[in-house]
Every structure is written in structure tokens, then in C-alpha cells.
Design a protein around this ligand. Structure first.
Ligand code: NAD
Ligand code: DAU
Length: 338
């Protein structure tokens, strides 16, 4: 089995590379990534250096390069994760989100269809559904109502994938997952930002009233779901993936838990201006993936968070290097005006 994983040097992609390499030892894995600010080859360096995984630095929006890669490699399966993924950056500028998330997905679909890829898994997000009130959960048929440029670009790419299934009888599924957390998570997102800021004794910039709710999923549980969808999911179908109800928490609660694990004071929290169109609550109904593919999340949030904090304590070189680079100008731009 020849497998391509796009976005393989990012947070979820690199965890998926490790997961698939371990769970499917006979599979040949190609890891593709452009290595943007969010991609870090160190995340998969052990597997690339040992020869277990081949790495290709390629831009998914470069349709010619993608077409020749697919012609050469004859992939059986594609996991598509490459994307611009940060909501705050999409609010500053949407252009790259449309280019990578929409046009890049289309280039992969064209090449996959032309070169007869047997199965395609498109990794999307619960953010395409918009925002929930205090109760209820998104199901796979909930109408799409994205509120950020990031979510709109993901919704567009989902629709393109599903259109290929209908038009070309293409064998793809779309997954829509809630917020992931775990190892190799880029420190611009809430959990890794707050862990590392607290370790540095810096303020934790909590948006608005801190009462927005996210449903947290340990990244390895997400990888387990993705492998099941690849192997047993149905073509043309959408699968929601999400954390248990105990992992549905306000940002304030998550912040308190991080400070408690690290033994840091509550006065590190700094209330800052809210994100525009800040979605109040996300939660997904996972009945479909549970009934069809036997998937449920297995890592309790408290345990997963403690393991994540320990990872950031043990891998300070990894995140200190990131936080000292170009990251600084993004941080200044995003937080100075709040
Ligand atoms: P990430 O930002 O950590 O990683 C994205 C990767 O894509 C990076 O390595 C980057 O270099 C690469 N990339 C960006 N543009 C590219 C291009 N033009 N060509 C090739 N590679 C490119 O993101 P993540 O959090 O790992 O998310 C991965 C996928 O999962 C995304 O599609 C995202 O929408 C989806 N998702 C993420 C979450 C989450 O909580 N992080 C939840 C649900 C869905
Ligand atoms: O729901 C899935 C989505 O989860 C993915 O599709 C996205 O790629 C991923 O980035 C994530 O989006 P969020 O916007 O929910 O994640 P983020 O970590 O940016 O923010 C989580 C919550 O924390 C959100 O309510 C905003 C808040 N927040 C975030 C940051 C960065 C803060 O209060 N302060 C911050 O500094």
C-alpha cells in the first residue's frame, strides 16, 4: 500500500505519520509538506532519517509538481491535511487560506482522479458548521455556516471533495473534527500557547469572557479515527470526530487546568479583546463513526493534558526555537492591538 500524507510536518499530520508508520508497518509512506511557518521537519525527522518515511517538500497549489508526483508514485491512498489552519491568521489575511485550502485541495483532487488513487481522506473541521448555543451538537447533515475565512475555505474544500465523489464517482470521505491537542502542536493555538507562556512566566491572553467552549480531542485518538475512515469509511460520506462530553470545556477551565498542572499563579491570565465573530461553542455528535466504524475517543482530557504539558516540559528546545523566530512578528501583530 502506497500512502501519501499531506501537511505531514504539521501538528496532526506529523502525529498521523508516526501513527500510521507504527500501526501499518508494511505501508510505504510519503510525507509531503511545504514547510511553511507551521511545518517542522523535526516532527518526523526520526522516521525520515531512518528511511521508514520518504519526505517531499512540495506546494500543494503547484498543480504541475503535484501531477508529476502522482504520476511517478502511483499512490493507493491519500490523507489530505495540508492547510492554513489558524483562525486568527485568516482574520488578518484570507488570501493564503483560499489558495492552499481551496486551490491546493483541487490540485490534489485533479491528480488523484487522473492517476487513479483508490481512496482519499479529506481532513476537515467542525468549524464549517458555525457556532452552537449552550446545548446540542452538530451532525453530519447540519447546514454549513462558517464564520471565519479559515472555516469558509475549509467548507469550500469539503464541497469540492464531495462534488468529485458525485461527478466522478471518486472514492473520498470527509472528516470533521473538533479541537485537537497533544505533542508537536504549534504554539500559536490556545493549549500550546498557554502552556509555553506559563512556563516562560508570560501572560496568558484569554479572549473575551473566556466562556467559549471547545470539545478537546487527544491527537492520537484523531489519528485512530482517520485510519478507520481510510480503511472502512464509505465514499461520499462525511464523518464527525470529536471528544467526549467530559472534554467539552470553556477556555477559562482549560486555562485553570494548565496553570494547576504547572503550579503557576492565576494572575498570569490577562483578559484581552475578543476574536471577531468568535464561535461560542463547538460540539459534534459522533454516533455515525461510532456505529459504522467502532470509533470512540479513549484518552480522558485530564490525562491527555497532563501528558501534553509533560511533553512541552521535556521538549523545550522544540518550542523555544519556534518562539524566537518569525513567530515574534505574528505575536506582536495579533496581540498588540487587542
Ligand atoms: P498545522 O498548521 O499544524 O499544519 C499544516 C501543515 O500544512 C504545515 O506543516 C504546513 O507547512 C503545511 N502546508 C501549509 N500550506 C501548504 C502547502 N501549500 N503545500 C503543502 N503543505 C502546506 O495544522 P493542523 O492543526 O495539523 O491541521 C491539519 C489539518 O487538520 C488541517 O486541514 C486542519 O484544517 C484540520 N483540522 C485541525 C484541527 C486542530 O484542532 N488542529 C481540528 C480539525 C481539523
Ligand atoms: O474546531 C477545530 C478547529 O480548532 C480547527 O479547525 C482549527 O484548525 C484549530 O486551530 C482550532 O480552532 P480554534 O479557533 O478553536 O483554536 P484556537 O486554539 O485558536 O482557539 C481555541 C479557543 O481559545 C478559541 O475559543 C479562541 C481562544 N483563544 C485562542 C488563542 C490563540 C484565546 O482565548 N486566546 C488565544 O490566545
Amino acid at each position: 500500500m502506497k500512502v501519501l500524507i499531506t501537511g505531514a510536518a504539521g501538528f496532526i499530520g506529523s502525529n498521523l505519520v508516526h501513527y500510521v508508520a507504527k500501526e501499518r508497518p508494511s505501508w510505504q509512506i510519503t510525507a509531503l509538506d511545504l514547510l511553511t511557518y507551521a511545518g517542522n521537519l523535526k516532527n518526523i525527522a526520526d522516521l525520515v532519517e531512518s528511511g521508514r518515511v520518504s519526505f517531499r517538500k512540495t506546494d500543494i497549489t503547484d498543480a504541475t509538481a503535484i501531477d508529476s508526483l502522482f504520476e511517478r508514485e502511483k499512490f493507493d491512498l491519500v490523507f489530505h491535511l495540508a492547510a492554513e489552519s489558524h483562525v486568527d491568521r485568516s482574520i488578518m489575511s484570507a488570501r493564503e487560506f483560499v489558495s492552499t485550502n481551496v486551490m491546493g485541495t483541487q490540485a490534489l483532487l485533479d491528480a488523484s482522479y487522473k492517476h487513479k488513487v483508490g481512496r482519499f481522506v479529506h481532513i476537515s473541521t467542525d468549524e464549517v458548521y458555525g457556532s452552537l448555543g449552550p446545548t446540542g451538537a452538530f451532525v453530519e447533515t447540519t447546514p454549513l455556516d462558517p464564520t471565519s475565512p479559515y472555516a469558509a475555505s475549509k467548507a469550500a474544500s469539503d464541497l469540492m471533495v464531495l462534488a468529485f465523489c458525485k461527478t466522478h464517482n471518486f472514492n473520498a470521505s470527509v472528516t470533521r473534527c473538533t479541537n485537537n491537542y497533544g505533542f508537536y502542536h504549534f504554539p500559536e493555538k490556545l493549549i500550546p500557547l498557554f502552556i509555553t507562556n506559563a512556563m516562560e512566566g508570560k501572560n496568558l491572553p484569554l479572549y473575551g469572557d473566556g466562556m467559549n467552549v471547545r470539545s478537546w480531542l487527544f491527537v492520537t485518538d484523531h489519528c485512530d479515527a482517520l485510519l478507520r475512515v481510510a480503511e472502512k469509511g464509505r465514499a461520499g460520506e462525511v464523518y464527525n470526530i470529536g471528544g467526549n462530553s467530559e472534554a467539552e470545556l470553556t477556555n477559562k477551565e482549560v486555562t485553570r487546568m494548565i496553570l494547576e498542572i504547572l503550579g503557576k499563579p492565576a494572575d498570569l491570565v490577562e483578559r484581552v479583546g475578543d476574536r471577531p465573530a468568535h464561535d461560542r461553542r463547538y460540539a459534534v455528535d459522533t454516533t455515525k463513526i461510532k456505529n459504522e466504524l467502532g470509533w470512540t475517543p479513549s484518552t480522558p482530557f485530564k490525562e491527555g493534558l497532563a501528558r501534553t504539558v509533560a511533553w512541552y516540559q521535556e521538549n523545550q528546545e522544540w518550542w523555544r526555537e519556534i518562539k524566537s523566530g518569525a513567530y515574534l512578528s505574528y505575536y506582536e501583530k495579533n496581540y498588540a492591538s487587542r
